[in-house]
Design a protein around this ligand. Structure first.
Ligand SMILES: N[C@@H](CCC(=O)N[C@@H](CS)C(=O)NCC(=O)O)C(=O)O
Length: 217
């Protein structure tokens, strides 16, 4: 398998694809192309690398899979649903719903608070629309953590899985932009940031030297 991603400091969707590939535990080659570079522009036009013009893309032999949620599903088909999704029906229904809600939504948070693993902005001013997204995410996390988290681990449905993967870039944003959360969600943020795969991603991001003025305030 081959995974095409953007650079670690900024590419939130790439983080999802990468975490999914790591969780599947199938060896893969990583092709990393920094965002907003001439190299990325060239790769966007190359359908044999980036069919949708976006990252991440998972190549499984000659088969391309893009869109982070599709990558998770493809890998779950390969290695078993239980690696990614809770076994319990009610838990899985909520996990799938909140993963899809993340994939399709929270545009204000994503637009106004881009992922930047290398910075923290204390007391960052947030618009009402962003606060609304944050409130909804906090409520979803509390529903998952109180209903289904806990026993198998500190993650949304116990063990680290697809729903955690979909929200992992949001976790980094909450740290970067100093977002005030409920105690339950704040503990969850700490648990995700302490996960070995997240530590690995951050270490890679720290080693990068690409910087984009539009994201470094
Ligand atoms: N919905 C897609 C979003 C992919 C996406 O927008 N990726 C960004 C990088 S984080 C990208 O490739 N942007 C480059 C561009 O749109 O030109 C997914 O789930 O993978």
């Amino acid at each position: 398998m081959k995974l095409v991603i953007g650079n670690r400091r900024y590419s939130s969707w790439s983080l999802r694809g990468w975490l999914a590939a790591k969780l599947a535990d199938i060896p893969f080659e990583e092709v990393m192309i920094p965002l907003d570079t001439p190299e990325f522009t060239a790769a966007k036009a190359d359908a044999s690398l980036m069919p949708s013009g976006t990252v991440p893309v998972l190549w499984d032999g000659n088969v391309a899979v893009w869109e982070s949620l599709a990558i998770i599903d493809w890998l779950a088909d390969r290695v078993g649903r239980d690696v990614f999704w809770p076994k319990d029906n009610a838990a899985r229904a909520l996990a799938r719903s909140i993963a899809a809600e993340m994939h399709a939504g929270f545009a204000n948070l994503r637009r106004h608070c881009p992922m930047n693993t290398g910075r923290t902005y204390p007391s960052f001013p947030l618009t009402q629309e962003v606060e609304r997204d944050i409130g909804r995410i906090d409520a979803l996390w509390r529903e998952a953590l109180h209903g289904f988290g806990g026993e198998g681990g500190p993650f949304l449905f116990g063990a680290f899985g697809a729903a955690d993967i979909m929200y992992a870039p949001v976790v980094t944003r909450f740290r970067t932009y100093d977002v005030l959360l409920s105690d339950t969600s704040a503990a969850y943020v700490n648990a995700v940031l302490a996960h070995p795969l997240m530590q690995d991603w951050y270490a890679g991001a720290d080693a990068e030297d690409w910087r984009l003025d539009r994201i470094e305030y």
